[in-house]
Ligand binder design. Structure first.
Ligand SMILES: *[C@@H]1O[C@H](CO)[C@@H](O)[C@H](O)[C@H]1NC(C)=O
Ligand SMILES: *[C@@H]1O[C@H](CO)[C@@H](O)[C@H](O)[C@H]1NC(C)=O
Ligand SMILES: *[C@@H]1O[C@H](CO)[C@@H](O)[C@H](O)[C@H]1NC(C)=O
Ligand SMILES: *[C@@H]1O[C@H](CO)[C@@H](O)[C@H](O)[C@H]1NC(C)=O
Ligand SMILES: *[C@@H]1O[C@H](CO)[C@@H](O)[C@H](O)[C@H]1NC(C)=O
Ligand SMILES: *[C@@H]1O[C@H](CO)[C@@H](O)[C@H](O)[C@H]1NC(C)=O
Ligand SMILES: *[C@@H]1O[C@H](CO)[C@@H](O)[C@H](O)[C@H]1NC(C)=O
Ligand SMILES: *[C@@H]1O[C@H](CO)[C@@H](O)[C@H](O)[C@H]1NC(C)=O
Ligand SMILES: *[C@@H]1O[C@H](CO)[C@@H](O)[C@H](O)[C@H]1NC(C)=O
Ligand SMILES: *[C@@H]1O[C@H](CO)[C@@H](O)[C@H](O)[C@H]1NC(C)=O
Ligand SMILES: *[C@@H]1O[C@H](CO)[C@@H](O)[C@H](O)[C@H]1NC(C)=O
Ligand SMILES: *[C@@H]1O[C@H](CO)[C@@H](O)[C@H](O)[C@H]1NC(C)=O
Length: 817
C-alpha cells in the first residue's frame, strides 16, 4: 500500500526537480559578471529586469546551427529574434557553446576548444574585472563599467541585425563611417546577412533607403522634416500619438531613433524581412501577438529583384517565384526555404560569339508574354524595328534580353531582375524576349506541358504507326493503338522551324493566312499555315475541327501533322509537298508537258478516292466546298492530295444538304445551286470534281477560256460532245492518248458531274465505280450547268456577302507548298 503511494510522490518530486532545471534556465538576473559564462547546454539565459527580453542561445527553425540572440520573452523565440550576435558565424557544438565575459572586459563566444572566438565585442582592454554585461528592458544588451552604469563601452543597439526596437539607433557613426542598418536574414532559418537592407543615406541627407545587394536602391523615404518623411508619405512613421521620432545629428553620430509614448501598453518593432519588406509590428496590451502596423512594399511585386536573377514573380501562385524556362534555381535548398536571392542560373551556356545557324546552335530569343518590369533595369537602344532590336541584342554578348514596342527598343544586360508575370485577362503587360541557348529548344518544356517541340518531333515513327494501321486497300487508315490526339507544338519551336516566320520561307498567302516552309532539326520539311486572326474562330472550335480533320487519314488527303494553339495564334502543321499544286502544272504552257496522260489519269483517280473518303467517312460527311487545282497538292511521286479544309463543312448522319448565307468558294468550281441559293451538298463537291476532270483532260481553265464563242470550258466541252467531236478537247501536248475511248469516258464522267441539277449528278461512289469499271455503260449526260443563256454568266457575279467578284476570285488560296 505504502509503496504504491510513494511512487507517484517520487515522480512528482522528480518532475519538480526536472521542471526546475528546465524552466529556471536563466542565470542570476539580468547581468553577466566578469568571469561568468552562459552555457547552451544548461539552457542558461539572461532575463531583463521586467522580464521583457531574454538573451540566450537558439536554433532557428529546423536548423542545427546555434546562435546567440535576444528575443521578446513573452512572444517566444519563433519569428521573434530581435538581435543576433554571431549571424555570420554559427556555433555547431551544443554542449560546449558558451558566452563568456572575460577578465579583460570583452564578451566572447566560444565552443569547445576553439582558440578564436566565434564572436566578440572586440574592445580594447578595459582593465581586469571592470565590466559587466546587462540586458535592459528595452532589449539593449549593454557592456558597461561595473562601478559607473552610465559609462557604456558597447551596446547591441549600435549593432542592429534586422530589427529596429524603440530606443535603438539607425544611422551612421561619423567617426568610423560604419552604418547602423537593418540587414535582412538570408531566409527564415538563416540569420546570415541577406540581400535586403534599410539604411540612412550614406551621402549625408536624412532619408532612408531600402536597398538590394547593398547597391540598388528600390525605395526611399524622402527627407525628414522633423515631423514626417516627405517622400514616402507614411503617416504611420511620423510623430503621432503613439511614437516620438527623432533625428539626431551631431559631431560624431547621425542617427534616427524613436520611442513609445506609453511603453507599458505598447510595443513596437521594425523588421527588415528576408522577403524584402520592411514591416512595423505593434503589440497593444492584449493577447501576446504582433499586429502588422505598417509595411512596404505593399505588393511583393514591388520588391526589387524579389525572385533574384532570371526569376519571375507570379502572384497567387503556390510558389511566388519561378525560374524562366532554360534556368534552374541557383540553390534548391535556399528555394525550399523561400530564399530566392540566389535567383536562377542557366542550364546551358549561351553560344554568344560562336553563333552559327548551320548546326542549329544559334542562341535564340524566347518570348515571355505579358510581364511587367522596372524600366530602370533596362536601357533604351535606338533600333527602328523589332528585328534590329533583336539583332542588336544577339550581337552583344552581354545582352540577355530585349523588348520592342512602339516606344522603341529596350535591352537588358546581365541578370534579368524584377520581372512579374501578369495574369491573363488582368492588366496588360509587355512582351520581353529572353536570350537562350539553342540547346534549350530541346530542354524547354513549354508551360502547356502537352506542347511538343516541333523541331525534334519524330514524325517518322508517328507516320509509321499510321501506315502500319493502314488496311490492304491503302485507303482507310486508323491510328490504332495511338490515341487520335493531334500533336500540339509550342509556338517557340514552330517559330524557330520557320526562321521566325521569315518572309524568305513564305510559300504563299492564302485566304486564311500565310503558309511557310519549315525545317526540323533532322531535315524533314513541313508546311506551316498560320491562320489569320480575322477568321474569328474560337480556340476550342478550331481545336475540335482540327482534331476531326486530323483524323481523316487517307493517302489522297494532305495530312495535318499537328497544330499550335498558343496565345492568339492558331497554326497548322502539314506535310510538305515538294511538287506544289496541280494548277502550277496544268495551266502553264511549258510545265503542262510534265503531266503525261498516265499522270493525269492517276491524279483524277486520286482525287476521286480522296473525295469518296471525305463523303463517306464514318457517320459524318465532310463537304469540302473548295475543290480546285490549287487545292490539289502533289507529293514527290505526283500523288494528288486534297488540301485546305478551311471551308469544309461537316454534315451529320444522312443529312446531305445544308444552306449558308455566306457563300465562300471559287467561281468556276462552284455548283449553280450553291452560287444561286447558297445550298451545298456532297453533290456540289461532285460538280467541282467534274470541272476538275474536264480541266485535267483538256488542260484548259474553266473560266477565262474562250473558243468558238464558248464562254467557258463546260459549254465548250458540251458542244464538242453534242457534235461528237470530243477528242478535240484533249490537251494538245498529249499526242497519243491511249486508247481514245478512255478519254471519252472521262469526258462523259466529267459532264455527268457538272449537270445542272444535283440529282442528275452521280455520287462519288458512283464516280469511282465508273472510273474503275472501264466497260460498264455510262449514262448519257444532259446539257450541263452554265451552258445556257440563263445562268451562263459565271464570269462575273456578286457573291452573297455583297462583294463584287471577277473571274476566278479566290476566297481561299493555298499556293504551292
Ligand atoms: C577577476 O574575477 C575572477 C572571478 O571573479 C577572479 O578569479 C580573478 O582573480 C579576478 N581578477 C582580478 C585581477 O581581480
Ligand atoms: C560615469 O560615466 C559617465 C560617462 O562616461 C561620466 O560622465 C561620469 O562622470 C562618470 N561618473 C563617475 C562618478 O565617474
Ligand atoms: C552619393 O553621392 C555621390 C557623389 O555625389 C553620387 O554619385 C551618388 O549617387 C550619391 N548616392 C546617393 C545614394 O544619393
Ligand atoms: C551583388 O553585389 C556584388 C558586390 O557588389 C556583386 O558582385 C554581385 O554581382 C551583385 N549581384 C547581382 C546579382 O547583381
Ligand atoms: C513636414 O511635411 C508634412 C507633409 O508634407 C507637412 O504636413 C508638415 O507640416 C511638415 N512639417 C514641417 C515642420 O515642415
Ligand atoms: C490574387 O488573389 C487576390 C485575392 O484573392 C485577387 O484579388 C487578385 O486579383 C489575384 N491576383 C491574380 C494575379 O490572380
Ligand atoms: C567559342 O568557341 C571557342 C572555340 O571552340 C571556345 O574556345 C569558346 O569558349 C566559345 N565561346 C563561347 C562563348 O562559347
Ligand atoms: C555590349 O554592350 C555593352 C554595354 O552596353 C557595351 O559596353 C559593349 O561595348 C557592347 N559590345 C559590343 C560589341 O557592342
Ligand atoms: C513600351 O515599353 C515601355 C517600357 O519599356 C513602357 O513604359 C511603355 O508603356 C511601352 N509602350 C507601349 C505602347 O506598350
Ligand atoms: C469540342 O469538343 C468537345 C468534346 O467533343 C465538346 O464537348 C465541345 O462542346 C466542343 N466544342 C466546340 C466549341 O465545338
Ligand atoms: C516531283 O518531286 C520530286 C522530288 O522532289 C522530283 O524528283 C520530281 O522531278 C518532281 N516532279 C515534277 C513533275 O516536278
Ligand atoms: C435520315 O434517315 C432517316 C432514317 O433512315 C430518315 O427518317 C430521314 O428522313 C433521313 N433524313 C434525310 C435528310 O434524308
Amino acid at each position: 500500500m505504502g509503496a504504491r503511494k510513494t511512487k507517484p510522490w517520487l515522480l512528482f518530486v522528480l518532475l519538480l526537480i526536472l521542471s526546475y532545471y528546465r524552466t529556471c534556465f536563466s542565470i542570476a538576473g539580468d547581468t553577466l559578471s566578469p568571469g561568468h559564462s552562459l552555457s547552451h547546454s544548461k539552457s542558461e539565459t539572461i532575463l531583463s529586469k521586467g522580464d521583457t527580453f531574454e538573451l540566450g542561445f537558439f536554433k532557428p527553425g529546423t536548423s542545427l546551427k546555434i546562435y546567440l540572440g535576444i528575443w521578446h520573452k513573452r512572444f517566444g523565440q519563433k519569428d521573434n529574434i530581435v538581435w543576433v550576435a554571431n549571424r555570420e558565424n554559427p556555433l555547431s557544438h551544443p554542449s560546449s557553446s558558451t558566452l563568456i565575459l572575460s577578465e579583460d572586459g570583452n564578451l566572447l563566444l566560444f565552443q569547445r576548444s576553439s582558440k578564436v572566438p566565434f564572436w566578440s565585442t572586440n574592445l580594447a582592454f578595459q582593465g581586469p574585472n571592470t565590466t559587466e554585461a546587462v540586458l535592459g528592458d528595452d532589449g539593449n544588451f549593454v557592456l558597461r563599467d561595473r562601478s559607473n552604469a552610465s559609462c557604456i563601452f558597447w551596446e547591441s543597439f549600435d549593432h542592429p541585425t534586422d530589427t529596429w526596437l524603440p530606443g535603438a539607433k539607425l544611422g551612421i557613426d561619423k567617426v568610423t563611417g560604419k552604418p547602423q542598418q537593418l540587414i535582412s536574414w538570408k531566409n527564415s532559418q538563416d540569420p546570415a546577412p541577406g540581400v535586403f537592407s534599410l539604411g540612412l543615406d550614406p551621402n549625408g541627407s536624412n532619408q532612408y533607403f531600402l536597398e538590394w545587394n547593398r547597391s540598388q536602391i528600390y525605395w526611399s523615404s524622402g527627407l525628414w522634416n522633423l515631423t514626417t518623411f516627405s517622400f514616402a508619405n507614411v503617416p504611420e512613421i511620423s510623430r503621432n500619438s503613439h511614437f516620438n521620432y527623432n533625428f539626431v545629428s551631431h559631431e560624431n553620430v547621425r542617427y534616427f531613433t524613436y520611442s513609445i509614448l506609453d511603453p507599458s501598453s505598447f510595443r513596437s518593432k521594425f523588421v527588415m524581412k528576408y522577403t524584402g519588406e520592411i514591416t512595423q509590428n505593434v503589440w497593444l496590451a492584449g493577447p501576446w501577438e504582433w499586429t502588422l502596423y505598417w509595411h512596404y512594399p505593399k505588393k511583393l511585386s514591388d520588391i526589387y529583384a524579389f525572385c533574384g536573377a532570371f526569376g519571375v514573380y507570379r502572384e497567387n501562385s503556390s510558389s511566388p517565384c519561378e525560374c524562366q524556362k532554360g534556368f534552374e534555381p541557383f540553390s534548391m535548398e535556399d528555394v525550399s526555404l523561400n530564399d530566392w536571392s540566389g535567383g536562377c542560373v542557366r542550364k546551358s551556356p549561351l553560344q554568344c560569339e560562336n553563333n552559327t545557324y548551320a548546326n542549329g546552335k544559334k542562341d535564340w530569343f524566347m518570348k515571355i508574354s505579358n510581364v511587367q518590369y522596372l524600366p530602370h533595369c533596362s536601357k533604351p537602344y535606338s533600333a527602328v524595328s523589332a528585328r534590329r532590336c533583336e539583332q542588336a541584342c544577339l550581337k552583344n554578348c552581354s545582352c540577355t534580353a530585349y523588348a520592342y514596342n512602339s516606344s522603341g527598343c529596350m535591352i537588358w544586360e546581365g541578370a534579368l531582375l524584377t520581372l512579374q508575370q501578369l495574369s491573363d485577362g488582368g492588366e496588360a503587360g509587355q512582351n520581353i524576349y529572353l536570350r537562350l541557348a539553342a540547346h534549350e529548344h530541346q530542354n524547354t518544356k513549354v508551360e502547356k506541358s502537352s506542347s511538343n517541340n516541333l523541331l525534334l518531333f519524330d514524325f517518322d515513327s508517328e507516320l509509321q504507326a499510321i501506315n502500319d494501321g493502314m488496311n490492304t486497300n491503302g485507303n482507310l487508315k486508323k491510328r490504332e493503338n495511338k490515341d487520335a490526339e493531334l500533336p500540339l507544338f509550342s509556338y517557340e519551336s514552330v517559330s524557330v522551324a520557320t526562321n521566325n516566320f521569315s518572309p524568305a520561307k513564305k510559300l504563299g498567302e492564302g485566304g486564311f493566312g500565310p503558309v511557310y516552309k519549315g525545317k526540323l532539326l533532322k531535315g524533314r520539311e513541313i508546311a506551316v499555315k498560320m491562320l489569320s486572326k480575322r477568321s474569328g474562330q474560337g480556340i476550342e472550335e478550331f481545336r475540335n475541327e482540327t482534331i476531326l480533320i486530323a483524323k481523316l487519314q487517307h493517302k489522297n488527303l494532305v495530312r495535318i501533322l499537328g497544330c499550335c494553339i498558343e496565345r492568339d495564334e492558331k497554326i497548322l502543321i502539314y506535310e510538305y509537298m515538294p511538287n506544289k499544286s496541280l494548277d502550277f502544272y496544268l495551266f502553264d504552257p511549258t510545265k503542262k508537258q510534265m503531266l503525261g496522260w498516265e499522270t493525269r489519269i492517276h491524279i483524277i483517280e486520286g482525287i476521286a478516292q480522296g473525295l469518296l473518303y471525305l463523303h463517306q467517312y464514318s457517320r459524318l460527311r465532310i463537304i469540302h466546298r473548295d475543290l480546285k487545282p490549287s487545292n490539289i497538292l502533289l507529293d514527290s511521286e505526283m500523288n494528288p492530295k486534297i488540301s485546305d479544309f478551311g471551308m469544309a463543312r461537316i454534315v451529320e448522319g444522312n443529312e446531305t444538304q445544308a444552306n449558308t448565307n455566306r457563300i465562300v468558294g471559287t467561281y468556276g468550281y462552284m455548283a449553280p445551286e450553291y452560287v444561286m441559293d447558297g445550298s451545298y451538298s456532297i453533290k456540289s463537291d461532285v460538280f467541282s470534281f467534274g470541272v476538275l476532270v474536264l480541266e485535267i483532260v483538256s488542260g484548259r481553265k474553266n473560266i477565262g477560256f474562250y473558243n468558238n464563242e464558248s464562254p467557258n470550258l463546260l459549254r465548250y466541252a458540251w458542244e464538242l460532245w453534242r457534235d461528237d467531236q470530243s477528242l478535240d478537247l484533249m490537251e494538245p501536248t498529249i499526242r497519243y492518248p491511249s486508247p481514245p475511248y478512255v478519254l471519252l469516258r472521262f469526258i462523259n464522267i466529267g459532264l455527268l458531274c457538272v449537270q445542272e441539277s444535283p440529282t442528275d449528278r452521280p455520287t462519288m461512289p458512283d464516280v469511282v465505280s465508273m472510273i474503275s469499271n472501264e466497260h460498264a455503260p455510262l449514262p448519257t449526260p444532259k446539257q450541263p450547268a452554265f451552258t445556257t443563256g440563263r445562268n451562263m454568266d459565271i464570269n462575273s457575279s456578286i457573291d452573297n456577302a455583297g462583294n463584287c467578284s471577277k473571274n476566278s476570285v479566290t476566297f481561299s488560296t493555298m499556293e504551292a507548298r
